[in-house]
Structures are given as structure tokens and as C-alpha cells.
Ligand binder design. Structure first.
Ligand SMILES: C[S@@+](CC[C@H](N)C(=O)[O-])C[C@H]1O[C@@H](n2cnc3c(N)ncnc32)[C@H](O)[C@@H]1O
Length: 242
């Protein structure tokens, strides 16, 4: 059974973040219906939480550590799509308050074993968090599961919950082309998983439209075991001061 990190082709191969839309040129990829994608992603992670946790590695740890190092005691960080609670909520600096939001109850159960942060079931497009409540938001490998048509709503939620000047760290595609598709046996778990993300330029546009200024970008290899060496852009942005 394959253990590819990023589903999409349905035949066990890995969809690179900059692969073209498989619906255009890859008939083998299960199509993703945006109306049912949220439920598919939630059910998929509920069924494979432990498998994902096992496969998640620490390749991003230095970058996450550097972002977290910019926080001070008394700051509040929201981890949006916190999953199993790593690699962010389990490493919060002393005195930093954490909030984790995720669709999947099973992922939140795993997170509960690794962090004292407040953990809430919720959706990235309707965050159960007050306006201006966070100094920083992280969203590692989570927005890529939301239908692209809803990415502007996600970024506008990030802007709403962040204080003016607050910082955002998220992962996005590496290339100009996006990808939408599913893998019906991701990481050999037997669970279907779906992804949907635009090319990096469109993500930059979405962020700008939501009031963010991109301050840094780094391309890193995928942090889940990946024979094909897929990579993602780690994108850092700051919300306008008003
Ligand atoms: C690939 S895991 C990443 C988990 C963790 N952030 C990490 O970097 O390992 C994606 C997580 O995003 C969550 N997620 C996906 N779509 C979501 C949505 N619309 N609202 C909230 N959480 C979502 C999933 O349930 C899953 O736990």
C-alpha cells in the first residue's frame, strides 16, 4: 500500500502542488464535489487520524520554531486546522496562549494528548473565535483541503480574528497551477482524502485582498513521507495595521 502524503491521482501517485487540475488531464483522479468536500475531509481525518500522526515528520520544525520564537508571553495564537496538535500547539513558548480549531473530532482527540491549548471543533470559513483575538495564526496543510472558491472566506476569517498587524503562517502551492482532486486510500489508511488549492499567485492575491502583506516565502519538502519529493510554499504574511 502506498503512503503518499498528498492524494490526488487516485492511482497511488503523488499530486505535486503545482500539478495541473487533474479533472483536465488526469481521468484517474476521483473528482471532488465542493459541496461534499468538507464532510469528506472531516470523515477522512476522523478515520485516519492516527495514520496521519504517524506519518507527520518534523521537517518544518526549525521554520515553525522561528515563527513561534517571535511570540511573547501573553500573546494568543490560533492554529487553524491544528490536526493532531503538532508541530505548533505542542511547542508554544511559555506564556503564549493557544487555540486549536479543527473539523475532525479524532484529530482534536490526538491534539488533546499533546497540548494544553483550548481545542474547538469548527470550520476555517466560520472560525469560532472572537474578532481581533489573536496575535498570530498558523494554518499548516489545512487551507489546501478547503474548496478554492472558499479560500477568500478563509483568509477573511484569518483577518477578522487577527489583531491589526498580526502575523499569519500558512502553507500553499509551489507553482503557478493549482490542483483539486482526491485519493481514495491516502497513506494506505483506506480513507478518502480531498485537496483543493490554487497556484501560488492566486493565493498571494487572495491574501492581499483580505488585507495581508506577504513578508517571506520558503519552499520546503513535504513534511509527510513522500517518495516523490513534493514541496509546499511556507508563506508568512502580516495583516495591515488598519
Ligand atoms: C494535513 S492535516 C494538518 C494538521 C496540522 N496542521 C499539521 O500541520 O500537521 C489538515 C487538518 O486540517 C483540518 N481541516 C481541513 N479542512 C478544514 C476546515 N474546513 N475547517 C477546519 N479544519 C479543517 C483537517 O481536519 C486536518 O486535521
Amino acid at each position: 500500500m502506498d503512503d503518499e502524503p498528498s492524494g490526488g491521482t487516485g492511482d497511488g501517485s503523488t499530486p505535486e502542488p503545482d500539478d495541473p487540475d487533474p479533472t483536465a488531464d488526469d481521468d484517474s483522479a476521483p473528482a471532488v464535489d465542493p459541496h461534499t468536500q468538507r464532510a469528506a475531509v472531516r470523515d477522512g481525518y476522523d478515520g485516519m487520524a492516527e495514520a496521519y500522526r504517524r506519518e507527520r515528520d518534523a521537517a518544518e520544525a526549525p521554520v515553525v520554531g522561528s515563527f513561534l520564537g517571535g511570540l511573547s508571553a501573553g500573546d494568543r495564537l490560533l492554529d487553524a486546522g491544528c490536526g493532531q496538535g503538532t508541530p505548533v500547539l505542542n511547542r508554544l513558548p511559555h506564556g503564549v496562549e493557544g487555540i486549536g480549531v479543527d473539523l475532525s473530532a479524532s484529530m482534536l482527540d490526538l491534539a488533546r494528548e499533546r497540548t494544553d491549548a483550548a481545542l474547538v471543533r469548527g470550520d476555517l470559513t466560520r472560525l469560532p473565535v472572537a474578532s481581533d483575538a489573536a496575535d498570530a495564526v498558523t494554518a499548516l496543510h489545512s487551507v489546501i483541503h478547503v474548496p478554492v472558491s472558499e479560500h477568500p472566506a478563509v483568509f477573511s476569517e484569518f483577518a477578522r480574528v487577527l489583531r491589526p498587524g498580526g502575523r499569519l503562517y500558512l502553507t500553499a502551492a509551489t507553482g503557478d497551477d493549482g490542483w483539486s482532486g482526491a485519493n481514495d486510500d491516502w497513506l494506505g489508511s483506506g480513507e478518502l482524502m480531498a485537496w483543493s488549492f490554487p497556484g501560488i499567485d492566486r493565493t498571494r492575491d487572495h491574501l492581499r485582498e483580505a488585507g495581508f502583506r506577504v513578508t517571506d516565502e520558503r519552499v520546503l519538502d513535504d513534511a509527510v513521507a513522500d517518495d516523490d519529493g513534493g514541496s509546499w510554499t511556507h508563506l508568512f504574511a502580516r495583516l495591515a495595521e488598519d
